[in-house]
Design a protein around this ligand. Sequence first.
Ligand SMILES: [Zn+2]
Length: 448
Amino acid sequence: MTYDLAVRNAKIYTMDRDGRVIDRGTVAIQGDRIAWIGQGALPECDRAMREIDGEGMVLFPGFVDTHIHIFQSFLKGLGADHRLIEWLNLSALPYGRIMSPRQHMLAAQLACMEALKSGCTSICEFFYTNQDPELAHACIEGMRSTGIRSVFIRTFQDTGEEYGMPSEFIEPADAAMRAVEALKKRYREDDMLSIWTGPDVTWSTTKRGYQVMLEYCRSENVRYSMHLKETEVDNEMCLRYYGKDIVDLLEEIGFLTDKLLAVHCVNLTPDDIRRFAEYGVSVSHNPAPNLYLGSGVPPIPESLRAGVNVALGTDGAASNNSTDMLETMKLAALIQKGIHRDASVITAGQVVRMATWSGARAIGMEDALGVLEVGRKADMILFDPRHLKSFPNHDAEATVVYASSEENIDTTIVNGRIVYHKGSFACGITEAELIREIAVEVEKMKGR
Ligand SMILES: [Zn+2]
């Protein structure tokens, strides 16, 4: 047997149900799948067209970033030190109005290349503000060009002017679902891209908007995501208009399902957590923006204990201010230990699982991603602990979560392809080139 690619001599964290770790093992890839995995070298009769020597390195499933806003990669630092609604009105909303298709495309390359460089192999773009289809296509084009696996969430707002949502972003939910359907048709051949939808946030969605979206998602089997209970404002609007808590409203209309990826969930109550577990709702936990915007710390250990699937996200780079999954993992662990005054409340192993298998489950790909085993998609990263920050490496999960940075990511493989290796991207774009092009566009944007 001749495989396309093999990674040999690595310590393999399979992240399978038994938590199997293979010392000095080999993973062989055929096409887009893992075809062989085991201790030592490949059987003598087998070979690989290309081999990567993983000596001294650790192989993990690739990370899944379950929440990002790509256009915000152009807005790092804008609106700094303001709370959510003020920050939105100073940063994301006004700039979301004026960015061109080319700027969206470059922002996508910037975000996705940084993601690949920090060990992320799948990314979920929550596309909101200006819904011009040309911008969506430019963003998708930018994501695809980097070789990352992506989910593109074409969201909608059907109200929200009183909270500062520009009127041109607001559209009827039926029109939004037609646009989602058009995107699905256009990209149906691309198995590296999934199209989802979702309401942006409680205060920009009517009850009818949720219902129209749900009807569409049920009939077309489409997954959906939304910002939920990020701050108290989320609930305030719901209480005023519908006289009930947002999670009660969502439960009543049948919105709480295993197709929902709920983002932030800072203010979940014990009863919300119980219902999320019961309905199979996934949570995207984004610790950096929750701290940056002063929103608070979500009840993650409580959610995990209740059996909620909790994945991780970076959120947009205007509230992070980067797309670095390694940093997100460290924050996810440390803030819980701090507020609970208990170092054991969340472990490095749990955080790695949140970044891998739980991320895969959150995007409906738990049978294909998140674990290194034969038959699954070949999405993985080679982590090199031999840097000052991360050496010595006594416990690879602890090293990844507490003592790592981009420099540790030696190789990122997505769908069987090496997309990032020792500082170079297979897409052919260099960091210096991309930075030069973006600098020109940022000047134009500021001019407007
Ligand atoms: Zn967000």
